[in-house]
Design a protein around this ligand. Structure first.
Ligand code: AGP
Length: 608
């Protein structure tokens, strides 16, 4: 969950590290720190709070150092304070370590090191690594690191510098992400690509169980026994501007407005409108996909709701059992999975620990695993049998927006593709669905023009305590997503329900103070949802109807109406997502919350 950066080269390192940390702040932000090797030794600066707090203490100090490490922390062990912030050092202040992940056996290691005379100052699991390397150091930093790695258990991306090897950074990873940026006469490392883009586009992804030694001129990759590993660099096309706010107040709203483009990119090159042919080269061959007899979606949070939408669509298109499983539950259950199960792992980051571990469990059971992922080269993409990228570009706001609509897009294409392979969907139905999907970017653009209307609505509801969201069929998951979006960025308590569930409990909550967002489309359950709205109305609830069917019935019951263009079921969930995102965003802005970095949340949850 933390963000790490490192640099070795000819340039002054301090601004490079601070810039990298700024771009990684979305990974965690309760404290930050840097370690620099100066001519007269190691210097460590760290502060709790946002990066600004660190910048204030280092801005006055004109460092000449050209090698260093930086870290932004999201606490797992030890409260967020100055002492627990990274980097951590050994007792001689020779070695500095930064770490993203959790060292599971840190207490045991700490006890043994204390017996050997090591003194610990923090409550973190990370500090043990600095002491362990110091204990094992015998004139060769990579070797000491290798030996240390054989003793530690857990998840980590870590990097180490030492005054005894003043032009070397040694880094390693297991489970947590780590990417190396290759420059000329300089090299970089980071948890994620945005931290590297202003310096280099040539990157090397480290795999689990690998160690890298960086100096000014070279990057050597090896396993934990020191056996060299050859790896070609990958070129990254994302531009730096894409990873910045482009004039919007927050990344979230910028990314909300990027959705027409993100959906267009997710569709791009993947079908022929004339013939209705779909091209999805995931790496899993068609023969295997033809033989699958069950589909299980694995995901967390917003990505889980994308899986739930897909379930409703796939049940119309495929004659297979379709399951949607929460990552954190699936991995501790005993799911029925066979070699003919297609396990579809949905993850923006490709690093969510709960999702990833679930996929690993499915792999152990010989399932075919397919990742639907945004971040290129992330762990899910490296471990799954096949990958379909979202192609949505970097998503920085903690609240997922464009990744969700891109997930819906790619999942829709996949469902149609499977329907064709399994001969359960007639070609003309596939063609019609593709023609509808083709219109998505334009319809999304139109819908986004409703932002001022939704902002005005937000101003009437920003100070309420609770919200309910109701929907049925494909709009039930969008009700869940609307409630999640609102609670995570505005801190208003919100719940999403299948509209029919209202009478089984939540109806007790309804009174004249309860706003109820009802998602209602003209489909087979339209009348049922309308009855549910009547139930709310009868109890004086405030009804905000989001609908593609404005008629007398709706006008009579609704206090507020947001109109969405009418379309087919295949596109309905995608369009209804925009108003719930905008409503949540503007309510949060009016409440003055930290929209892009809401309290207690992190963009990429790489711990269980
Ligand atoms: C969405 O707004 C959330 N912040 C969160 O639920 C997120 O979708 C979840 O943690 C899964 O992340 P992933 O897609 O990167 O796996």
């Amino acid at each position: 969950m933390c963000g790490i950066v490192g640099y070795v080269g000819e340039k002054k390192v301090q601004p490079i590290l601070l810039d990298g940390l700024r771009r990684l702040e979305y990974r965690g932000y309760d404290s930050s720190g840097i370690a620099l090797i100066e001519a007269d030794g190691l210097r460590v600066y760290k502060r709790s709070g946002k990066l600004q707090a660190l910048e204030q203490i280092v801005s006055e100090k004109l460092s000449k150092a050209t090698i260093g490490l930086g870290h932004t922390r999201w606490a797992t062990h030890g409260e967020p304070n100055d002492t627990n912030a990274h980097p951590h050092t050994d007792n001689h202040d020779n070695i500095a370590v930064i770490h993203n992940g959790i060292i599971e056996n840190h207490l045991d290691l700490k006890k043994k090191l204390q017996e050997k005379g090591h003194t610990f100052v923090s409550d973190t699991d990370t500090e043990v690594i600095a002491h362990l390397i110091s204990e094992l150091y015998d004139g060769d930093l990579p070797k000491a690191m290798q030996q240390a790695l054989k003793r530690i258990r857990g998840a980590y991306a870590l990097a180490v510098i030492s005054t005894d090897a003043p032009r070397q950074i040694v880094a390693a990873k297991t489970s947590s992400p780590l990417v190396i940026g290759v420059g000329e006469g300089e090299n970089f490392l980071a948890s994620d690509v945005p931290a590297l883009l202003s310096h280099t586009r040539e990157v090397l992804y480290l795999n689990d169980g690998e160690l890298a030694v960086l100096d000014d001129q070279s990057v050597q990759i090896m396993d934990f026994d020191g056996n060299p590993i050859e790896r070609a660099t990958q070129h990254i096309n994302w531009d730096v501007a894409t990873a910045q706010k482009s004039g919007y107040k927050h990344f979230m709203i910028k990314e909300t407005h990027e959705q027409p483009m993100a959906v267009a990119d997710a569709l791009s090159g993947r079908f022929d409108l004339e013939t209705g042919e779909i091209f999805l080269d995931s790496g899993i061959d068609d023969e295997a996909l033809k033989n699958i007899d069950q589909i299980t979606f694995l995901a967390c949070g917003t990505a889980l709701y994308a899986g739930l939408v897909a379930k409703y669509l796939y049940q119309d298109w495929l004659q297979l059992p379709i399951n949607v499983e929460t990552g954190s539950e699936f991995r501790y259950s005993n799911p029925y999975i066979t070699e003919n199960t297609l396990v579809v792992t949905i993850s923006q980051s490709g690093e969510t620990a709960d999702t990833l571990e679930s996929m690993r469990l499915a792999k152990q059971k010989n399932a075919r695993t397919l990742g639907i992922v945004n971040v290129v080269g992330s762990t899910v993409t490296r471990e799954a049998d096949g990958v379909l990228y979202l192609q949505a570009g970097p998503e920085i706001g903690v609240a997922s927006t464009k990744a969700f609509t891109a997930q819906l897009t790619v999942l829709t294409l996949l469902g149609l593709y499977l329907g064709k392979l399994q001969s359960t969907l007639p070609q003309d139905q596939i063609k019609n669905a593709l023609q509808t999907m083709h219109k998505a970017p334009e319809l999304l653009r139109e819908l986004l023009k409703k932002e001022p209307e939704i902002e005005a609505l937000a101003s009437q509801f920003f100070d309420v305590q609770n919200f309910l969201y109701l929907g049925r069929d494909v709009l039930f998951p969008i009700a869940l997503e609307g409630a999640l979006k609102l609670k995570e960025i505005s801190y208003i308590h919100a719940e999403g329900y299948a509209a029919g569930e209202l009478k089984h409990g939540p109806i007790a909550l309804i009174d004249e103070h309860m706003p109820v967002v009802v998602l209602i489309t003209k489909n087979s359950v339209y009348d049922k949802v309308l009855s549910n709205v009547e139930e709310v109305k009868a109890r004086k609830g405030i009804i905000i109807a989001i609908t593609d069917e404005v008629n007398e019935d709706i006008e009579r019951v609704a206090d507020h109406i947001i109109e969405v263009p009418a379309t087919d079921k295949v596109l309905t969930p995608l369009l209804f997502t925009i108003p719930v995102q905008l409503l949540a965003y503007h309510i949060a802005v009016l409440r003055g919350t930290d929209v892009d970095q809401p309290r207690n949340l992190a963009k990429s949850v790489t711990v269980e």
